[in-house]
Ligand binder design. Sequence first.
Ligand code: CMP
Length: 140
Amino acid sequence: MVTQRTFSILKPDATRRNLTGKINAKFEENGLRIVAQKRIRMTKEQAEQFYAVHKQRPFYQDLVKFMISGPVVVQVLEGDDAVAANRKIMGATNPANAEPGTIRKEFAESMEANSVHGSDSLENAKTEIAFFFKDDEIVG
Ligand code: CMP
């Protein structure tokens, strides 16, 4: 097991329904530590750049619109194999396919309003963390 950091977003559907505490409890109960966290309103430019990898996908414009529709909480999570651990805690992208007990199974409204984002690789985690946090904002 190696200690890693991964990047997480509590999406607008989660902040709207006041679920940030319940979702954070899932991370903590499953061994991840929240070592940085801030509530922000993403700009359109930030959302477009953050999701640039999906630019050619049919859902891109709607996704950007959704991500700026309300506040989000951006986070850095730390723990053993944090990237894979967080993906397990979140569950499948589509809540219909998510395992029982996962965040998306319990809280997600739809494929788009799926409550959380988590990095899909260690390399992307590093890029995504640096997109939102300075080194001295992360306290392990
Ligand atoms: P996320 O992990 O934030 O990464 C991209 C997001 O696009 C994804 O979660 C979903 O919320 C959203 N999305 C909407 N439609 C799709 C789709 N058909 N396939 C994958 N992601 C989708």
